[in-house]
Design a protein around this ligand. Structure first.
Ligand SMILES: [Zn+2]
Ligand SMILES: [Zn+2]
Length: 173
């Protein structure tokens, strides 16, 4: 006699809720799903769409599973998110440094995973909200390109400053 299989085949596989859509996934699936879901959510997140989205959201198939105690699984998925974000930050920082050194165009900033509203500056790795980020990244770009790509100019400026000082201070004899 064949029994109906439960939705979760592995009894010992733990499911974690997605922070964005609330659906539950196995840890490795959530790892892939999370960033995609947030990106989608970010795109859709316009004031007039939210109600429509909520109405449409009712027919999204969900994994049937018994209700979980709140708190613990969320904290676990947060830890995963933060860890992922940390790795992303380091990785992109390395790529940025490399790109600056070799004079290549900078890689795109990593998708923000902790707060989808915040955008990370690819130059200084700080996070800003959308409006501030656009202004800041432009500013930071000029700043960093000025510092990194003109070592000769910086040296010249330092030299001339040193000369000026030497001329300005009369020698006492
Ligand atoms: Zn999701
Ligand atoms: Zn910056």
């Amino acid at each position: 006699m064949a029994e109906a299989r439960p939705a979760v085949a592995d009894g010992n596989q733990k499911l974690f809720p997605c922070e964005v859509c609330g659906r539950c996934f196995a840890a490795d699936v959530l790892e892939r799903h999370g960033p995609i879901c947030k990106k989608l959510f970010n795109k859709k997140r316009k004031p007039f769409d939210s109600l429509k989205q909520r109405l449409q959201g009712t027919d999204i198939p969900t994994v049937s599973q018994p209700p979980q105690p709140k708190g613990q699984p969320m904290r676990k998925s947060n830890w995963r998110q933060q860890h992922e974000d940390f790795i992303n930050t380091i990785r992109s920082a390395k790529q940025c440094t490399l790109a600056i050194k070799e004079g290549r165009p900078l890689p795109p900033p990593p998708p923000p995973t902790i707060n989808p509203d915040y955008i990370q500056c690819p130059y200084c790795m700080r996070r800003f909200n959308e409006t501030a980020a656009q202004r800041h990244i432009n500013f930071c770009k000029t700043q960093s390109s000025r510092c990194v790509f003109d070592p000769a100019q910086t040296a010249a400026r330092l030299a001339s400053r040193a000369q000026g000082k030497a001329q300005a201070t009369p020698k006492k004899q």
